[in-house]
Design a protein around this ligand. Sequence first.
Ligand code: PDD
Length: 287
Amino acid sequence: MTRTVYVNGEYLPETEAKVSIFDRAFLMADGVYEVTSVLGGKLIDFDGHLARLERSLTELDMPKPKAFDELLDIHRKLVELNGIDEGMVYLQVTRGAPGDRDFAFPDPETCEATLVLFTQNKPGLAENPVAKTGIKVISIEDIRWGRRDIKTVQLLYPSMGKMMAKKAGCDDAWLVEDGFVTEGTSNNAYIVKDGTIITRNLGTDILHGITRAAVLRFAREAQMKVEERPFTIAEAQGADEAFYTSASAFVMPVVEIDGESIGTGKPGDVATRLREIYLEESRKAGV
Ligand code: PDD
């Protein structure tokens, strides 16, 4: 089925949607993005994603797209037009297409931001069978840039990390800087020890996950203990549980790190419970 996508004010069949070869995201990776999940046809954590998008734009001094205030309507319309029950909406804003290649930012008065959105249909996203068995990760050096709190489209190294994991017979990679885990290639990383959930504190070295914020809030509401601090791979390998969070995977148990089984080698109780709570509460709050 041909998707209907959104490009700069128009809803078009995906085969007719176009952006310029001079677009700054194509030439300079000068773009930011958001991924919002859809459950039961409703957008999950939409306000959080919108707030983070605004922050990414501000941090990069990138102009807001003209349709910024209509983003909820655009998301909803795409979900409806494409009949999405479970899946994702991908949104990208770029600094626009100034008509030539230049390192200097174009004048925002004459060069409008590019805005693109499309849906990804993922039936069975919530009931993903992988969450019942858990996934395996490898660790790799975190050599990304220093502003990982901005959600930019510079995803080459995370893609390479995913491929390194696949080559090693694993599902994902956890990134390590100065001996401590920062996050996963496209998710935030956690361990559980003696009932305490441990995840790296916010800063410029990780993305401030919207799912992370919600999951930590639910954990605290359920009287679980949370410590926001860095941890090492050795500490993770000695933990009772490990898991990650993201908008597209929710809460995903991790059962092996660098060939070492975590806890029982099966998804742990904390991760399983948090996944249930997150899915239940998010469905209720979807817009
Ligand atoms: N990735 N850390 C990184 C590096 C990420 O790319 C992501 C999200 C997260 C989790 O953030 P959130 O909970 O807001 O999704 C953490 C998205 C899903 C992606 O690139 O597809």
